[in-house]
Design a protein around this ligand. Structure first.
Ligand SMILES: Nc1nc(=O)c2c([nH]1)NC[C@@H]1CN(c3ccc(C(=O)N[C@@H](CCC(=O)O)C(=O)O)cc3)C=[N+]21
Length: 276
């Protein structure tokens, strides 16, 4: 089965437009601030996707872009200036980038209420507590929502998460735990990914290597959620060599047209809630 985004995306977008109508009546304009340091491909793609969407909502997209070697204090000062503007309903710090010290400082100046991807220490503490009532990392949420939309119940199921980042692997693993799944976390240094994949039913991958997993990795029980957006030969592609794998597995989400599209719609949903 193909776990495509379109029906769930339409459902979320419909709800979003209804909220937007309410906001328009109150003369409220939606404003999103994103911060990028460096030139990560997925981040640039996300920016383009968000820009189009925010514009279609008549909102405003404020995009801050810095180089990896820009002065750290200047970056922080610039960001702080925008944070004073409380007409901005959501703040997104795009990841990954190299400077971890700067990343951590930026994470924690983003205030909790507008912390769309739950990077601030208070947001993270709630997630650690398996309390997902505030903002949660949207890509992780999108992966889970896509499966739920197609009726999958993760209770007691073996799930393998191939990623250990703050915005994908860690929060997704905790969200899966909350769904009563049995979770294994793998990463770039994991040995024998093949047998790990064969020993699990649900495979969530965000290793960021274009077309890395061919059909030899999977069996007919696997349900594959491809979270990555990589670039290869002028095209957007996931971690899974889709054409080779699609007929072998039980279900797979495509890239593009899968998790990324849900992520974008859910981000809009999250930011709209600030203004209600
Ligand atoms: N803090 C943080 N949170 C993120 O969620 C995050 C991030 N940093 N850094 C970069 C990656 C990448 N990412 C995408 C989300 C949606 C699309 C998207 O809209 N994709 C569409 C369109 C792609 C196209 O233009 O073909 C699709 O897959 O169908 C792409 C990429 C979020 N990321």
């Amino acid at each position: 089965m193909l776990l495509k985004a379109i029906d769930l995306e339409n459902k979320i977008n419909k709800e979003n437009f209804e909220i937007l109508q309410e906001l328009k009546e109150k003369n409220i304009k939606v404003k999103l601030l994103s911060i990028r340091v460096g030139d990560d491909y997925g981040s640039i793609l996300y920016e383009k996707s968000l820009e189009k969407t925010i514009n279609s909502y008549g909102g405003e997209y404020i995009k801050l872009i810095f180089n990896e070697d820009d002065n750290e204090n200047e970056i922080i000062d610039q960001v702080k200036k925008y944070l004073d503007d409380d007409s901005i309903g959501g703040i997104l710090l795009l990841k990954p980038f190299k400077n971890k010290e700067l990343e951590s400082k930026l994470d924690d100046i983003i205030d909790y209420k507008r912390d769309l991807d739950a990077v601030n220490f208070r947001s993270k503490a709630k997630i650690y507590d398996l309390d997902f009532s505030g903002h949660v990392p949207i890509t992780a949420l999108a992966s889970l929502e896509l499966l739920k939309f197609y009726g999958y119940d993760l209770t007691g199921e073996k799930c393998l998460v191939i990623n250990r980042s703050q915005v994908v692997g860690i929060p997704l693993s905790l969200m899966l735990l909350k769904e009563n799944a049995t979770v294994t976390i793998a990463h770039s240094k994991s040995k024998d990914l093949k047998s790990l994949i064969k020993n699990n039913k649900y495979i969530f991958t965000a290793i960021g290597k274009a077309d890395f997993f061919d059909s030899s990795y999977f069996n007919s029980q696997n349900i594959v959620v491809d979270i990555s957006t990589n670039y290869k030969s002028g095209k957007v592609t996931g971690d899974v060599l889709f054409d080779d794998v699609v007929d072998k597995v039980s279900a797979i989400s495509p890239v593009p047209g899968g998790v990324g599209r849900i992520t974008k719609s859910l981000l809009i949903k999250e930011i709209l809630s600030y203004y209600l």
